[in-house]
Design a binder for this molecule. Structure first.
Ligand SMILES: Nc1ncnc2c1ncn2[C@@H]1O[C@H](COP(=O)(O)OP(=O)(O)O)[C@@H](O)[C@H]1O
Ligand SMILES: Cc1ncc(COP(=O)(O)OP(=O)(O)O)c(N)n1
Length: 268
């Protein structure tokens, strides 16, 4: 049976992040992608020119249209921008009892533009994190959500424990923003054990949309019925291939290569 995955996220006109990255990733991993658009961004590889959020009612209406007809096997959230849109997403997840919810708590684009209002962080903690099968913050996002500073491995572990206490069943802190050099190391915690996924850090400026792509791959694999650890390992392999096999598009921070994983013969 065809597995369906829903992304609740913003549009990136440049195609490297947001719903565009999610849908490309879903396609590459053999699941049927659906989307509820939360905001339109005018964006290219050089940065974000404008952010135009949708009305929360328009987001709710998209989610109802999906909920009434097309039950997703997994859901991922990306850019949600404000507390009203967060509430609409949480309401639909509860109402339709959607499972395998991956929360990517997108806050700031690499160029520094705000993709989540500061005052919406509380709403994310209260209504969304408790619904997460997995939360996938990068290091600055994990710091903002937990109120801690992350410099060491133990700091990462402590942030994972806090996010698990907030209600996320699994916490996966991504290491792309790590200070130390040779590896990019992601840490998974399921409330019982820690599991580290380490890969050689690739020297490149073409890392736009890495977080979106990684969490979309994770959601696709959960929809396909994989256990969390295995789904996370595939997501890590997918993003490593997508960064390594660079497309060299644009004059700024270019997108990753969503074809790379399948090209290597590891995909569907
Ligand atoms: N330069 C890099 N080399 C290898 N892996 C990377 C690199 N940058 C990010 N990653 C990986 O990409 C995924 C997304 O991480 P990150 O960039 O921290 O997310 P975000 O885009 O949300 O900031 C993680 O699996 C991380 O380890
Ligand atoms: C519309 C939209 N959503 C999310 C992001 C952030 O994506 P991310 O994967 O964290 O990559 P960077 O922007 O940090 O490169 C975005 N830029 N736009």
């Amino acid at each position: 049976m065809i597995k369906k995955v829903l992304t609740i996220a913003g549009s990136d006109s440049g195609g490297g992040a947001g719903i565009q990255a999610d849908l490309k990733t879903f396609q590459e991993l053999g699941v049927f992608g659906m989307s509820a658009v939360t905001a339109v961004t005018a964006q290219n590889t050089r940065g974000v020119h404008g952010v135009y959020p949708m009305d929360a009612a328009a987001v709710a209406s998209q989610l109802d249209a999906i909920g009434e007809d097309l039950t997703p096997d997994a859901v991922k959230t990306g850019m949600l921008f404000n507390a009203e849109i967060i509430a609409a997403a949480a309401e639909a997840i509860n109402k339709y009892r959607w499972e395998n919810v991956v929360i990517d708590p997108v806050m700031i684009a690499k160029g520094g533009s705000t993709l989540l209002q500061q005052e919406a962080i509380q709403a994310m903690k209260e209504v969304l994190i408790p619904l997460a099968a997995v939360i996938t913050p990068n290091i600055p996002e994990a710091e903002a959500l937990t109120g801690t500073q992350i410099h060491t491995e133990e700091d990462k572990r402590e942030a994972c424990r806090i996010l698990h206490q907030m209600g996320a069943r699994t916490c996966l802190i991504k290491g792309g923003h790590e200070e130390n050099g040779d590896y990019s190391s992601d840490l998974l915690y399921d409330g019982q054990a820690f599991y580290e996924m380490k890969s050689p850090r690739i020297e490149t400026r073409h890392t736009h949309g890495t977080g979106c792509t990684f969490s979309a791959a994770l959601a696709a694999e959960l929809a396909a019925g994989r256990a969390i650890r295995r789904a996370a390992e595939t997501a890590k392999t997918f993003i490593q291939a997508a960064i390594e096999d660079t497309l060299e598009i644009g004059s700024g921070h270019g997108p990753t290569n969503h074809w790379a994983y399948r090209k290597r013969g590891t995909g569907i």
